[in-house]
Design a protein around this ligand. Sequence first.
Ligand SMILES: O=C(O)c1ccccc1NCC(=O)[C@H](O)[C@H](O)COP(=O)(O)O
Length: 384
Amino acid sequence: MEASASARAAVVARGPAVCSPLSSSSWAVARGADAARAVRCNAATEVSAPLLCALELGLGAEIFNSAEVVQWESGKSVNAIAAAQGIRVRRRCRPSHPSEGVGADRAVPRSVLEQIVWDKEVEVAQRKAAAPLHRVADSARRAPPPRDFAAALHGARARNGGVPALIAEVKKASPTRGLLRDNFNPVEIAHAYEKNGAACLSILTDEKHFLGSFENLETVSNSGVNCPLLCKDFVIDIWQIYYARSKGADAILLIAAVLPDLDIKYMLRVCRSLGMAALVEVHDERELDRVLKIDGVQLIGINNRSLGTFEVDTANTNMLLQKRGDIIRKKKIMVVSESGLFTPDDVAYVQNAGVAAVLVGESLLTQEDPGRAIAGLFGKELLL
Ligand SMILES: O=C(O)c1ccccc1NCC(=O)[C@H](O)[C@H](O)COP(=O)(O)O
């Protein structure tokens, strides 16, 4: 989405609380007595939510003066800002007619991830129209308190003598593997995982590409499981974080391949304000270096699956930890190895590389009994 002249004019006109579209959500800049408050808000018409956010989050000069805001003010599009950070996924909403656009801006997704993100832009816009941010933020605040995702991982790893803690995924299908299981009962699977030693659960909520849903998240959350829940989706807007919290999520996934640094910083603040954890996912050195420069990151997920080519290689975890392990340990960041883990040897390999946890879906979900499959994956029963 481009920063249009009219939108920028609105910034000037609005005065104390204003919005400007950096991407699908927008930055609201509270000027006046405290000029160094910048918040992202949902729509130019929603003044109460961003002001609320501004006061709660206490956003400061770091964000207000950040390079991206300055670039936006100079009229750069979010795609240009993201591209400057090496992000190849374009966040432009799909034009109304597929033949619109020319050259690099042609309205043709260049990868499955770009297709997912473009679909997400449409989905989030529709969801926001039905339930505006201030309402969703209210429900998020009324939800039962979040459980400590990172502490659950620490505890499970300590109990199991350093074996990586398990984040077990509840996922019916995926773009690369298609349908993973026919008889998919998210609550049964969640309880089976918990009974067999999973520390946390990852619940897919994307409907179109993973056959997940927020109903799945909510029913699992209300079903009496104790494991903290990660909402696994493609977050492009803070609205999704509040919504996930309102449906029982204790943690959220933020994908560096999709989000510019400023979005990650701002989303981390939103997570903190809600008491949620954020798992910040990277795939390569460039993304890892970007994320390591952001203050407040406590959990990094190294995805062994390239979201560009879908190639899966567990050596990716090892390679990135060889290169950046020192700084990660110095910052006391917990690392989660994600995707493509099938055998006890795979788990031992990433454990030796230095991970604190593993995120596993396919290898558990494709077995008759996903709970019992955990002992097969680790080569032993996990202690509860
Ligand atoms: O799994 C996919 O096909 C996929 C495609 C596009 C974007 C993301 C995708 N997967 C998300 C994940 O990262 C995995 O669900 C998760 O790491 C578990 O992986 P696995 O154990 O290999 O199911």
